[in-house]
Design a protein around this ligand. Sequence first.
Ligand SMILES: NC(=O)c1ccc[n+]([C@@H]2O[C@H](COP(=O)([O-])OP(=O)(O)OC[C@H]3O[C@@H](n4cnc5c(N)ncnc54)[C@H](O)[C@@H]3O)[C@@H](O)[C@H]2O)c1
Length: 448
Amino acid sequence: MKPVAQELASKIQSKASIVGVVGLGYVGLPLADALHTGGLRVIGFDIDPSKITDLDSGVNYLKHLGEEMTQRLSASERFEATTNFDRLDEPDVIIVCVPTPVGKHLEPNLDYVIDTAVSIGKKLRGGQLVVLESTTYPGTTATEFLPAILESAQSYDRGAFAVGDNLFVAFSPERENPGSTSHTTTTIPKLVGGLDPVSTELACSLYAHGVKEVVPVSSAEIAESAKILENVFRAVNVALVNELKTVFDAMGIDVWEVIQAASTKPFGFMPFYPGPGLGGHCIPIDPYYLSWKAREHGCVTRFIELAGEINRAMPQYVIEKTTQALNGDCKSVKGSTILVVGLAYKPNVDDVRESPAAEIIDLLIKQGAEVSYHDPHVDRFHNMRNYPIDMHSVALDQQTLEAADCVIIVTDHSVIDWAMIGEHAKLVVDTRNAMDGLQGVKARIVKS
Ligand SMILES: NC(=O)c1ccc[n+]([C@@H]2O[C@H](COP(=O)([O-])OP(=O)(O)OC[C@H]3O[C@@H](n4cnc5c(N)ncnc54)[C@H](O)[C@@H]3O)[C@@H](O)[C@H]2O)c1
């Protein structure tokens, strides 16, 4: 190792290094906490001033992570949060956890990543390690992120930089699973691939302070590709069970029982479950990063396209099942009172990004239904991408349930009283098998 790298390595090892985490969302905040808990000094950077104000006063804007975390951070002398990106020369290590959404035509939008690279370049100093965590297509770290940092550094006269010499750059995919208590930032193994071996080594020793298992790989491209593989794997398998759901349903067979039966095989099978459509920041979005990049190489990602087509059709499938179910009661969607239970894209979190509930509500409203929703974790639902919906959660009680012509279960939050729904609703369209196994249910249950 050259002296600059050696100095940084010693700082990291002795926990004297300062870490900057850029983007304090679902990924960045728990990561900042894990590294802080590991004994490092952490500065959080975010463009959203309300997050900084909340963190200063110990409030957690990400409810599933709990106030204990933010109170611990706000009380600590080793943590602070800021919107002042001119302080990016203070950290020895900068970890970037900003969003990587897709545009209207499912094309990658690297604006947040590039903006951050420019901010880093503006204050770049010799001997910093920069790690990108945001999910993206293979090659981004080397061909988009690093050049943007270097170009910015040059335009701000920050001096000359060479990777592996006085600048260290790596990619380490984020594998967060919000709401999960069994897999946390600390316990999920961390892949690390640097642009050169020294960057890999430095990033591995840094993460070892906050993560139990760090797995070095041979390059940033391997780490970028592994993350995309994980997400494509999930999207494709969810699409498979979603398609089988519609096939088995037409045959009068319960797909949930089929999956349960198949899961008894102790090898070569892994259960995936159907649902009302994909949601969240990752699975509905990330695979398209690869599709887009693959086109540049003359390749077609048919599995990704097909999985996307099937998964994106699920909200419409739920509407069709609802229409048929209402028909059974001599009612139309138009004019019916419909209560949607659960807005978040998965149980026990308040995250509504890309949630299929938005499309389901939108389709129902367009067909003339009177729609309301209940979600214990989402008081207000508004400003969804593509859906101009502005609603407040209603109470889930006997009166609301009796007034509804149909209840559609979109998210199976564990605090919801399913027995009460079964007792007071007339008709329940269940996309999550939430009503399974309940005894003495009065409502008519239609699985969807
Ligand atoms: N949420 C997940 O479960 C999850 C899982 C795996 C991977 N990822 C990936 O991690 C990355 C971050 O996702 P997230 O869920 O944490 O997003 P998020 O929206 O929760 O958080 C991103 C944060 O970055 C901030 N931000 C935006 N632009 C910024 C900028 N230029 N400088 C500084 N801060 C900026 C936002 O204000 C926000 O607080 C994405 O690439 C995503 O695909 C997320």
